[in-house]
Design a protein around this ligand. Structure first.
Ligand code: SF4
Length: 341
């Protein structure tokens, strides 16, 4: 960890305890390492159940950590007390997917934004008013928005209010958990542009969590791909999103919509080929968790878990990384994915 590191997550484990009758414990996150530098955006991407939101919740102190550690600006916050977490709220904020659900519909937007300042900072009324108006201005809402209720705003405007609520604390780190997932595409682009601008003007760092690789690619400097609670690929956003090495990241890329119809057709064909080459099975993998879904799976994948190996700036956990990168990894029918498309 260097002085440039703001968040350092090391060997993180999160297990949800459940009775045997309900299926036993759920290992939501296992052995995850990640760092977020000052002014950096790290994107966490994966499907539902991959563990990405659990990592965000662990960083925010919303779920207990079973193993490993979390440090923020050099201080260990793994098992922070409520008082320590309250202090930390000045620097670490969150924006969730559903802003309306976390706002009191009876409160005006001004009251909603001021509440956190009164509760955590005890600022005088004129300082609170100044911060609220600045935050609204920063997210592109007029001062008059402070006197209206959340129901008077559209979904995109409510998400701007949620961002303003995070900004009033003047944090240096924000967790965005599926923050644009509920918005339609044009509004999504506006909110992503807003987050990018705030990163520059306020010097923010983000942990940006999404199931959509193209959304994560837009905002992130570094992308971390999660599958079944483990990191399967990690590296610079341009490399991971534009030329993914892990078959799971390739599947995420193939699932993401693109405006270019030729590229879209190629991706659809690759998905069809991969699906056709993956016979259905009930076998449980003791090695790579992606084995039952992977068109490149071999016997070793069922029995040995691949290490996360860093090469050329990208860390990948896959036994067949080199063959896949070279385009020589064969599918069960003898073709390569490149042949089949
Ligand atoms: Fe596929 Fe095997 Fe690589 Fe896992 S280790 S992603 S099953 S090729």
């Amino acid at each position: 960890m260097t002085d440039a590191t703001l968040l350092h997550v090391r060997d993180l484990d999160v297990t949800y305890r459940r009775s045997r009758r309900r299926g036993g414990d759920v290992h939501a996150v296992r052995g995850v390492d990640l760092t977020v530098g000052r002014g950096e955006t790290v994107g966490l991407v994966g499907e539902s159940g991959s563990g990405k939101s659990t990592i965000g919740s662990a960083v925010l102190g919303l779920v207990p950590v079973t193993g490993g550690s979390i440090a923020f600006d050099g201080a260990d916050i793994t098992h922070g007390t409520r008082a320590e977490r309250r202090l930390l709220a000045r620097r670490m904020q969150v924006v969730f997917q559903d802003p309306y659900g976390s706002m009191n519909p009876a409160h005006t937007v001004g009251d909603t934004l001021a509440e956190a300042l009164r509760h955590n900072l005890g600022l005088p009324a004129d300082a609170i008013r100044e911060r609220v108006l600045r935050a609204l201005d920063d997210v592109g809402l007029p001062p008059g928005a402070a006197h209206r209720h959340p129901a008077a705003f559209s979904g995109g405007q409510r998400q701007r209010i949620a961002i303003a609520r995070a900004l009033v604390m003047e944090p240096d780190f924000v967790v965005c958990d599926e923050a644009v997932s509920a918005l339609d595409l044009s509004v999504q682009a506006q909110v992503l542009n807003l987050l990018a601008r705030l990163k520059r003007t306020r010097g923010l760092s983000y942990l940006f969590i999404s199931h959509d690789l193209s959304v994560v690619r837009y905002l992130s400097d570094t992308i971390v791909v999660l599958y079944a609670g483990r990191v399967v690929e990690r590296g610079p956003a341009t490399l991971v999103a534009d030329s993914p090495a892990h078959p799971y990241t390739r599947a995420l890329l193939a699932a993401a919509p693109v405006p270019d119809p030729v590229a879209q057709r190629r991706r659809r064909a690759e998905r069809r080929t991969a699906a056709a080459a993956t016979p259905a099975t009930d076998r449980v993998s003791e090695g790579c968790a992606f084995t039952p879904r992977c068109p490149y799976a071999r016997e070793i994948c069922w029995t040995a878990r691949p290490d996360l190996v860093q090469r050329d700036g990208v860390a990948v956990a896959c036994h067949r990384r080199d063959e896949i990168a070279a385009g020589t990894a064969t599918l069960p029918d003898g073709r390569t994915t490149a042949d089949a498309t």
